[in-house]
Design a protein around this ligand. Structure first.
Ligand code: F6R
Length: 604
């Protein structure tokens, strides 16, 4: 996720403060960085790659500034290059901006600005902000009015900071993307002067102050040696000053003990980001651009680990729409490559770099296949090499165990399936459930009893997970999550498969987690399987929306809101993520960096 830092009142330390802030934001993940400093002129310096690359560019330059802004970029529009790094400038270089989030209507705004003669130098959505401000300032508006007017034209999510030449201080606004002001030495709300900071996240300035003001959606701030917060209509808003009690190390995790837990809790936001501008509930339409024109006669999914579980789910979606589809473990794909005909070969990968998945995609492409990647990482090798890309927009994931990106993959697979192979009737059934999904996940996070369940079963000999249909890949994922972070033995099974062998392992020391959704045939068959394990003395934890009578046979229940069976898979998985997390935490495991595992596996 991108990061923003800004400051005023730091005198000759302005540049150092910005770079220090960028380093503190590194944990969010980024692929380029830059700074803009306001003195008599605005000077911008930016570089693709790590902050050390930016430092190299800054070396030997004496860049002073009364105020400044800085940014770490996680690519969404255009690959990670110097030109696409923030800050972005207008045609004159007198307005510079940094931005987190996604501006949905940027193409329309860019077309309008280009028609008026503006020249763009990047592929980003952000650059329209600088040119829109330039347009208004040229028409005679004050920079403050121009900033407010510009922001009101933006659709989507944003945290924005801007500098304007000749103007004291910096401007900021937010919608659906966090922005916080820090009050440093000599700064207070009624005073004039002192040090002020602005950031997407407190760690960026935590070393300088613990006094913060959280900006809300729709608020505008001007930091110019004092602080003015207004509504979009320009009315003053009085703000409370909070004291942050976390130290700088903890703030990287926003108060969570682990990145994994933070990322589990980020899922509502990640899903909103994935769905934003892509689903329209009233008309039940799904808009994923040109990808919707694909009309595959079959789909072959290739992926590894958690992404393979998403692939299994995706293959079911496509098959249920009447189009042949199969999920392959990427590492096995080339050993007996399936005939291609006019199939689309879809590589699912959070990182977009996994060697096994890349190799399977290259193998298919070498045979003339049309390739597609569903990934979280703009500019990744898969994004560059595949014929088509669909981004999941989950934001960077720091914990080695995939959590929010699995939710993003399942959600994006629904978009892919609905837009390419499913009917209007199916869209009308699923789009409302997708719209509800972020809120439903939030309800689980707010009420889950997974921690008590973890406490009760911690120390069991083995943990089994069962599910049918869309819940089967979730059972596999629940087991993978638990084993990889707790180092305990866990297995996932298709619920109907237990009696064909694994039932021999079941006893009172093997809790069975059963996913039961709806009250149809699948649910009643899974309830039958629950009875089989119960009869062998196994404790049963049911993850359910309460529509069947599964709870009657359960020792513990983890509830999920009623939803469509497809979205219920995302919901049930949240409960299993929490169980895995709490068991591993109780066992004192290295949750964010489990032994022997890496976030990106670039060897076959
Ligand atoms: C498990 C996990 C791994 C990855 C796998 C593929 O929590 O994260 O199983 O899913 O290594 O990685 P990507 O999705 O980057 O291709």
């Amino acid at each position: 996720m991108c990061g923003i830092i800004g400051c005023i009142g730091r005198g000759s330390d302005t540049l150092d403060t910005l770079v220090h802030g960028l380093e503190k934001l590194e944990y969010r993940g980024y692929d380029s960085a830059g700074v803009g400093l306001l003195d008599t002129e605005i000077v911008v310096c930016k570089a693709a790659g790590e902050i050390s690359e930016l430092r190299k560019k800054l070396e030997g330059q004496s860049i002073a500034g009364r105020a400044g802004i800085g940014h770490t970029r996680w690519s969404t529009h255009g690959p990670p290059t110097d030109a696409n790094a923030h800050p972005h400038s207008d045609c004159t270089g007198e307005v510079v901006v940094v931005h987190n989030g996604i501006i949905e209507n940027y193409q329309e705004l860019r077309d309008e600005l280009e028609a008026k003669g503006h020249t763009f130098t990047s592929d980003t959505d952000t650059e329209v902000v600088a040119h829109l401000m330039e347009e208004r300032i040229t028409e005679g508006e004050s920079p403050e009015r121009a900033f407010r007017g510009t922001v009101q034209r933006l659709e989507g999510s944003y945290a924005i900071a801007a500098l304007v030449e000749g103007e004291e201080g910096l401007f900021a606004a937010r919608n659906d993307s966090p922005l916080v002001v820090g009050l440093g030495d000599g700064a207070d709300l009624d005073g004039d002067g002192g040090q002020f900071f602005l950031a997407s996240d407190v760690p960026a300035f935590r070393d300088f102050t613990d006094r913060v003001i959280y900006l809300e959606d729709g608020e505008f701030a001007r930091l110019d040696g004092g602080l003015k917060v207004t509504t979009s209509e320009g009315e003053l808003v009085s703000k409370a000053v909070h004291t942050v009690e976390w130290d700088a190390e903890e703030t990287g995790k926003s108060g969570y003990d682990h990145f994994m837990l933070k990322e589990i809790h980020e899922q509502p936001r990640a899903l909103r980001q994935c769905l934003r501008g892509r689903v329209e509930e009233q008309t039940a339409t799904v808009d994923i651009g040109d990808i919707a024109d694909l009309n595959p006669s079959g789909v072959q999914f290739v992926a590894c680990g958690t992404s393979y579980h998403a692939a299994m789910y995706g293959a079911q979606l496509i098959r249920n729409a009447g189009v042949p589809a199969q999920a392959f473990l990427a590492s096995e794909y080339a050993t007996a490559p399936p005939p291609l005909q006019d199939d689309l070969v879809v590589g699912i990968s959070q990182s977009g770099e996994t060697a096994d998945t890349l190799s399977a995609l290259r193998e298919a492409s070498g045979r003339g296949g049309e390739t597609f990647t569903l990934t979280n990482t703009v500019g990744s090798t898969m994004d560059r090499e595949c014929d088509h890309t669909l981004f999941i927009y989950s934001g960077p994931e720091i914990g080695v165990a995939a959590t929010k990106t699995f939710a993003g993959q399942l959600t994006a697979l629904n978009l892919l399936s609905l837009a390419t192979v499913e009917s209007g009737r199916q869209r009308r059934a699923v789009v409302p459930a997708l719209r509800e999904l972020p809120g439903d996940v939030q309800r689980i996070l707010d009420s889950s009893s997974a921690e008590e369940v973890a406490e009760y079963y911690e120390g069991s000999r083995s943990y089994f997970f069962i599910g049918r249909g869309y819940q089967y890949p979730v059972a596999l994922e629940g087991a993978l999550k638990l084993k990889e972070i707790s180092y305990e033995h866990a297995e996932g099974f298709a619920a109907g498969e237990l009696k064909h062998g694994p039932l021999a392992l079941v006893d009172e020391d093997t809790p069975v987690f059963a996913m039961v959704v709806g009250d149809g045939e699948e649910a009643s068959k899974t309830v039958g399987n629950i009875k089989e394990v119960e009869a062998r003395g196994a404790p049963v934890v049911v993850v359910t929306d309460g529509q069947s009578d599964a709870e009657r046979y359960a020792d513990h229940v983890l509830e999920i809101p009623e939803s469509h069976p497809r979205t219920a898979a995302v919901l049930g998985n949240v409960q299993l993520q929490l169980v895995a997390y709490h068991i591993a935490n109780r066992l004192g495991r290295s949750i964010d960096k489990p032994r022997n595992l890496a976030k990106s596996v670039t060897v076959e």
